[in-house]
Design a protein around this ligand. Structure first.
Ligand SMILES: Cc1cc2nc3c(=O)[nH]c(=O)nc-3n(C[C@H](O)[C@H](O)[C@H](O)COP(=O)(O)OP(=O)(O)OC[C@H]3O[C@@H](n4cnc5c(N)ncnc54)[C@H](O)[C@@H]3O)c2cc1C
Length: 371
């Protein structure tokens, strides 16, 4: 059931085709199953190649009944919701946001998770495939986070960093805040699933595992032997070597980065186009080789994009009198120049206390009603 041959084409037309291939109606009922109608668009959205708004509008153009596509639109809105929280809270999302996670026994990751040896076959297979594809189904992300934090009593941060490192769609807001949501530091209730739930959604039929218990067993839980060992991983970003860049001071300098690889941004305008990879950012939020390779593959859509590995200050010094333009993002707050807005699905800003409070507000906007 796992798909090790999953690959993500960097070609823009293939990405548009992938949006058109989404079945948002089937998604409403089968998305939680491992083979459900999930879109696999997240690597492109996370890297800023396409926006949630663009996906929503393209899906809406099909004139399907609004209530039948609502689930898909709502899931897209989760990403905007988490991003708004990141903007509002900044680095505070790197700590327990609403209340302390409890109990916490260690600050590593269960070795069995990282080594795909939990003894839960469906999960182990998915983690093994994940190392190759850089993609995990949402339900499996939840299972992994629940096992790590709520049954292995790991603090959420290091396992979240591990997942972010290997994901092609790493988005620190969706990642950190979803881990916190599962671990109960950003939600009312911790998320746990037992073996029969995993069997149902992953089409396995395993019995006799440490998860083969009724839900009531989770109330008085002791760490099972399989999850006892914890490791701290040395996560380092294999950044490429920097290129000697050419900047024409008479033209603007457009900054692309890990969260902005948008080929339509100022498309066709004369400009210096620089993919800025700042070691300090990647030290704080490390990503692995697959994620870097995927990022670099997306250069194919942006002609004459030059790669600069260094700090923003160093780039600015090289840019001289060229005017710098960049897109707004919580990791760009130290940039200077002209900041341009990102695309959002709805004109709803700020830190709502729950997704559903945010979503209620989105549904009241003219954008939702005109669609
Ligand atoms: C522990 C955990 C960690 C996660 N880490 C990340 C991450 O680093 N990067 C990331 O992009 N998503 C993350 N997610 C959210 C979600 O799992 C992925 O966005 C989704 O699985 C991507 O696959 P897809 O494109 O096939 O999604 P689909 O189910 O097809 O959904 C369509 C789009 O809606 C958005 N979306 C759907 N579900 C969510 C959600 N729960 N939260 C936010 N946006 C959502 C995504 O943009 C996604 O591409 C995480 C979820 C969990 C539980």
């Amino acid at each position: 059931m796992t798909n090790k041959s999953l690959i993500f084409s960097p070609v823009y037309q293939d990405i548009l085709n992938a949006i058109d291939a989404v079945d948002p109606v089937a998604y409403g009922s089968d998305r939680n199953f491992l083979d459900g109608s999930v879109s696999r668009l997240s690597p492109y959205i996370s890297r800023g190649v396409i926006s949630t708004k663009m996906v929503m509008e393209r899906i809406q153009e099909r004139d399907l009944p609004r209530e039948k596509i609502e689930k898909f639109i709502q899931e897209l809105a989760w990403r905007d919701y988490w991003q708004q929280l990141w903007i509002a809270h900044g680095e505070a999302i790197n700590q327990d946001l609403k209340k302390p996670q409890q109990p916490v026994n260690h600050y590593g990751i269960p070795e069995a998770i990282a080594g795909h040896r939990t003894s839960i076959k469906a999960i182990d297979d998915c983690i093994e495939a994940f190392y190759e594809t850089g993609y995990l189904h949402n339900h499996v992300r939840m299972y992994i986070a629940g096992i790590s934090c709520n049954l292995g009593f790991a603090h959420w941060l290091h396992p979240a960093q591990w997942m972010y490192y290997h994901l092609l769609d790493g988005d620190w807001a969706s990642n950190a805040l979803s881990w916190q949501w599962v671990a109960g530091s950003n939600s009312h209730k911790k998320y746990v699933a037992n073996q029969s739930n995993i069997n149902k959604y992953c089409y396995s039929d395993q019995k006799g595992t440490f998860l083969d218990v009724p839900y009531s067993a989770f109330d008085q839980w002791e760490i099972p032997q399989e999850l006892e060992k914890s490791v701290k991983l040395d996560l380092r970003s294999p950044l490429p070597t920097t290129e000697a860049i050419n900047i024409d001071p008479k033209q603007n300098t457009l900054i692309y980065n890990y969260y902005n690889m948008d080929p339509k941004w100022h498309e066709g305008a004369p400009a210096n186009r620089i993919l800025l990879l700042e070691p300090a950012i990647f030290e704080k939020y490390p990503v692995g080789q697959n994620a870097i390779n995927f990022l670099l593959s997306l250069r194919t859509n942006i002609p004459e994009l030059q790669v600069f590995v260094g700090s923003f200050a160093d780039l600015k010094a090289q840019a001289g009198t060229s005017a710098i333009i960049y897109k707004e993002h919580p990791l760009n707050t130290h940039y200077t120049g002209t900041e341009e807005a990102r695309d959002w699905m709805f004109p709803v800003e700020g830190a709502y206390h729950s997704f559903f409070a945010f979503w209620k507000k989105c549904k009241k906007t003219a954008v939702y009603h005109e669609a």
